[in-house]
Structure formats: structure tokens, C-alpha cells
Write a protein that binds this ligand. Structure first.
Ligand code: CTP
Length: 423
């Protein structure tokens, strides 16, 4: 890979959208005005050189990132969220840039020292090279300079380009996984995403010693890594690899293996009106065979929200009760399912193929009678529990095929009202 490749690729609208190019040249101009060396670092550079889809942008400056952030807001608008402790800032980019995501991380180049494995590091301002050395893998430790005449210069002191050419994932030093065990997840995620290999010495560092530090990671940090995995195309394979390396049971002893056949299942059908949440679907599929106690214990370890816990728990309950529901009438399915999250129902449909679940999602849950509560009042019925019963009976009749027209519904309604008046 040639050094001027970076500049050529950076200017290629097929790789970097024109809106992003405008953003980069504006940042370059403001950094130049402040005489502040300014770089794009990390994943953007890696994916630019690989020709892979580019996601977020991280900017590192040798100087004060908050000062650059203020200048950007002054010149182009938007808002700044500064973090004075770490000299970083988030620039909320104004809508005129037409960018998604509409935020940009501005970071002051820093050194990190780890006092204990698994805890967050102590941070001090430093040079760009120090900043690159604190990172996980050489392929993530490259930078492209932006300010002034340096625009497009690739800085690769740790030979990340060589690793990209050799398709290698390699830690920068033997202590890396001990310092930050989330890098174990990251290594496997990149391995499967790019079809790269783990360098043998790096693989041997995923050992009993580094795995034991996983227990010290907070639930939130582990969950963040798992969330990122479920967003990957080859999520099931990543999970299997982590399991084989002994990572999964170190997170929590009762964590099961992720069923390898669920890879395809993770692809959500966008035509169904179910909130598409690949991450929650991933956890549901992973934990669906666990007991209630196990689910609650794991949810506590991973710091799940109530909603996520409910999604997983409901799916596990539904899977267990499925044999008892088979052969039920549509109305019975509808009443059994209507309190459950749609995503949980959808997940169980995906793994069981039970058509009634799909019918519920696509049709039955939308079935309701023409008659409304207001109309019952207008017919002289006093509001009360009987209202709900009548509307429920009409709905049941529609669901189970006893009604097929508004006139038939009207006739049934009159019968039900007559029964009410008699009783
Ligand atoms: N990084 C690191 N160690 C971590 C997390 C992040 O060294 N545990 C560094 C890497 O240099 C990485 C950068 O921070 O490139 C940004 O991290 P992140 O946004 O998580 O990853 P990306 O590289 O952008 O890659 P992707 O989101 O595609 O995984």
C-alpha cells in the first residue's frame, strides 16, 4: 500500500461521501488556523485503506480538542459537549452538513496507563504517536493528517498497513488483553468481519490469565461488546469462536453456547411490522432455552434494561408454552400473545416456524370489530365490564371466522345486547 494511496482514497467520492469530504476539509482549515496538528484515526483509516464501508469518524489533535471544537462551532454552528477531564469534546454537527451520524468525537492525543487489569485507564495528554501506541491493534493505530499542506498524509508507525496486507490481527504488546480484556471480543469480531487471522502470538495471549480478567469487567462494558457483535453479519460465528476460546463462560458461568444455526435467523424481515432490533433479537435467541432464574441472573450481570429482560423472558416463556398452544383457535392464540413483546413472538416464529405466530404478527393482532365503545353507549348500554366483554366477543367471532361482514357483526351485537338486557 502506497503512502499517497490514503490521499487518493480520501478524495474519492466513491469511498468518502462528498458531505464527509466537506466536513474533513472544514476541520482541516480550522485546525490549520489554530496551528494544531489534526488527524483522523482508527477505524476510518483502516476501512478506507481496506475499501470497506466507512462508519464513524474519530479526530485526534496534538493540542486541545476542546479549543478546536469551539472554533468549529464558532465557524460552522452546531453545539459542543466538552469533557474537561479528558480534554475531549463531541461536536453536534449542524444539519447543513447533511451527515449521519451528526456527531463527531474530537480527542486530545493521549497516553493511557492501566493501574489494574480491566479497569479504565488513567489518561494524560501526549503526542500522536503515544496515542497510537495506546490502541488495540496496529490496523486500528493508523492516522491520516488533515491540517494544511499535510492533508492526506498517512502515519503508520506501528505497521498497520502491513497487517492489512497480511490479513493479520495482532496486539501491540503482550499486556494488551490484560490491560483491556474487551480487546479479546474486538479481535474476534474483526477476525470474522474481515476474514483475517489472529497472529499466533496474539492468539496465545487469550489464555487463562487474560480470560480471568473478564470477570472484572462491568456488565455495561461486556454488553457493549456483545451488542457490537450482534450487529455484525457473522454474529453467530463470532459467538461460536468466543465460546471455543472459553470467553463466554468467563462472562457468566451459566451462559450457553450460541446456536450456530441462528446466523440466518438474525436477518430480520423488514416487510413485517416488527421493530427491527438485531441486538435484542440476538440476546433472545441466545437465552431462549434458559430457565427464568438463569435469565434474571444473566440480565443482572449484563445490566439489561427492564425492556430487554422482558423481551428475553417472554420469548423463553412462549417457547415453553408453544406445545400447549398448538391447534388452538386464532382467538386463543391472540389472547395468549397480546401481552407479549412483538419481537419475542417474532423470535419464536423464526426458530419454530409456527405459522400461527406469523399470522398473529401479520393479521390477527390487527383484527378488531367495527363496533366501538362509543357506539355501545349510543345503544343505551351503561359503561362497565360488559363493554369489554362484548367487544371481546365480537373480536373473537371475527378472528375465528364466525363473522365475515359488518351486517353479521351488527346482528351478533344486537343478540349480545339483548342477552345483557335480559340478565
Ligand atoms: N480502541 C482501542 N481499544 C479499545 C477500543 C477502541 O484501542 N478497547 C481504539 C482503536 O484504535 C479503534 C478506535 O479506538 O480504532 C475507535 O474505536 P471504535 O469506534 O470502537 O472502533 P472502530 O475502529 O471505529 O471500528 P468498528 O466500530 O468498525 O469496530
Amino acid at each position: 500500500m502506497q503512502k499517497d494511496d490514503a490521499l487518493r482514497r480520501l478524495r474519492d467520492p466513491g469511498r468518502v461521501l462528498p458531505e464527509k469530504q466537506t466536513l474533513l476539509s472544514n476541520i482541516a482549515a480550522q485546525a490549520e488556523a489554530l496551528r494544531m496538528p489534526c488527524y483522523i484515526v482508527g477505524g476510518f483509516v483502516r476501512d478506507l485503506l481496506l475499501g470497506a464501508p466507512i462508519n464513524d469518524l474519530d479526530i485526534v489533535v496534538e493540542g486541545d480538542a476542546i479549543t478546536l471544537g469551539k472554533k468549529l462551532v464558532e465557524t460552522y454552528g452546531g453545539k459542543l459537549t466538552p469533557h474537561f477531564k479528558f480534554h475531549t469534546a463531541i461536536w453536534h454537527i449542524p444539519a447543513t452538513f447533511n451527515l449521519q451520524p451528526a456527531t463527531l468525537d474530537l480527542i486530545t492525543a493521549r497516553k493511557e496507563t492501566y493501574e489494574r487489569p480491566g479497569v479504565l485507564p488513567t489518561v494524560t495528554p501526549a503526542t500522536l504517536e503515544d496515542d497510537l501506541r495506546r490502541r488495540d491493534f496496529p490496523m486500528n493505530s493508523m492516522a491520516i493528517r488533515l491540517d494544511g499542506e499535510h492533508f492526506g498524509e498517512l502515519l503508520d508507525p506501528l505497521h498497520g498497513t502491513l497487517d492489512l496486507e497480511n490479513k493479520l490481527i495482532r496486539v501491540l504488546h503482550a499486556q494488551s488483553f490484560m490491560d483491556d480484556p474487551t480487546r479479546i471480543f474486538r479481535a474476534i469480531r474483526y477476525q470474522l468481519r474481515y476474514a483475517f487471522n489472529l497472529e499466533p502470538a496474539t492468539l496465545s495471549l487469550i489464555n487463562a490469565e487474560s480470560l480471568s480478567t473478564l470477570a472484572k469487567l462491568s456488565g455495561e462494558r461486556i454488553r457493549h461488546e456483545l451488542d457490537l457483535i450482534f450487529e455484525e453479519e457473522r454474529a453467530a460465528e463470532i459467538m461460536r469462536q468466543l465460546n471455543q476460546l472459553g470467553v463466554v463462560t468467563r462472562i457468566y458461568s451459566a451462559l450457553p453456547d450460541f446456536n450456530p444455526s441462528y446466523d440466518e435467523v438474525l436477518e430480520m424481515d423488514a416487510t413485517l411490522d416488527v421493530p427491527a432490533n438485531r441486538i435484542s433479537l440476538g440476546y433472545i435467541l441466545w437465552f431462549v432455552n434458559l430457565t427464568e432464574d438463569e435469565i434474571f441472573a444473566i440480565a443482572a450481570r449484563l445490566g439489561f434494561s427492564n425492556e430487554q429482560t422482558l423481551d428475553v423472558w417472554s420469548a423463553a416463556q412462549l417457547k415453553r408454552s408453544l406445545p400447549y398452544l398448538l391447534g388452538s383457535k386464532p382467538s386463543e392464540w391472540a389472547y395468549a400473545l397480546e401481552k407479549l413483546p412483538l419481537l419475542s413472538i417474532y423470535a419464536i416464529y423464526l426458530i419454530s416456524g409456527e405459522k400461527a405466530l406469523l399470522d398473529y404478527i401479520s393479521f390477527w393482532r390487527h383484527v378488531k370489530p367495527y363496533t366501538t365503545g362509543e357506539q355501545l353507549k349510543a345503544q343505551g348500554l351503561a359503561p362497565g365490564p360488559r363493554f369489554g366483554e362484548i367487544l371481546g366477543q365480537l373480536r373473537t367471532a371475527w378472528l375465528d371466522g364466525a363473522l365475515s361482514s359488518k351486517t353479521q357483526e351488527e346482528a351478533l351485537l344486537q343478540r349480545l345486547i339483548a342477552e345483557t338486557n335480559c340478565s
